[in-house]
Design a protein around this ligand. Sequence first.
Ligand SMILES: C[S@@+](CC[C@H](N)C(=O)[O-])C[C@H]1O[C@@H](n2cnc3c(N)ncnc32)[C@H](O)[C@@H]1O
Length: 215
Amino acid sequence: MDWYYQLQIKMLLAFRSSLLFDKINHLPWYRETLQQWSNDLQLDLGANILEAGCSTGLLSDYLSQQGFSVIGTDKSPAMISKAQSNFPTLNFQEENIFELSFENHRFDAVVAASLLNIVPDKAKALTEMVRVCKQGGKVSIFVPIQGFNPDDLKKLSRDLKVAQFSKAALKAWYRLPPKMLIDDVVKLFEEAGLSKPTPITYLNGMVAGFTGIKD
Ligand SMILES: C[S@@+](CC[C@H](N)C(=O)[O-])C[C@H]1O[C@@H](n2cnc3c(N)ncnc32)[C@H](O)[C@@H]1O
């Protein structure tokens, strides 16, 4: 039956990517990992946060529930439309990470999950995140990292006890996105004027969060 869920994911990715991201964001292993990464940021209550590449809004909603003031942004009109219908009281807007419409030093924290690894010019994207962050504020990214291998994936699948769609989604999420090297991310942060980040890994080392403070 695995093939059925793999095919379902391929079809959704090709024709209804907003629905696919919405479904993946609802899976406990994904939702809880993103929530853990955001908790690890240890932001002050009431902090105002920009989420770039928010897709259908689940993390923005979680951050808002934690007492933060959040703007969720994404380049895709379909993602923003789904995010807004999922969470009508939250603030979402279409924004390209490469040319954010916000003024300099606007946010206490700027975060992006699974975005820096997919954009072509990572330095430019990070520089834009830094630009809109306040002095002393936090910039954080969450990306799949190189080095995790198929045996690690099998073990992770067993540890998480995933099945059916959830198992196929974990496999696709491991296989499809571009991965980053920890050392490359650290260098990017330093070049963007952020403090040296200490990576925190999640999902047995499949992904890592990197947080830097703007000097
Ligand atoms: C792999 S998805 C990750 C979504 C979500 N953050 C998550 O963790 O599930 C990447 C998201 O970034 C958006 N995106 C891609 N390129 C972008 C860009 N240049 N600026 C802003 N968002 C972008 C996509 O539309 C998509 O919603």
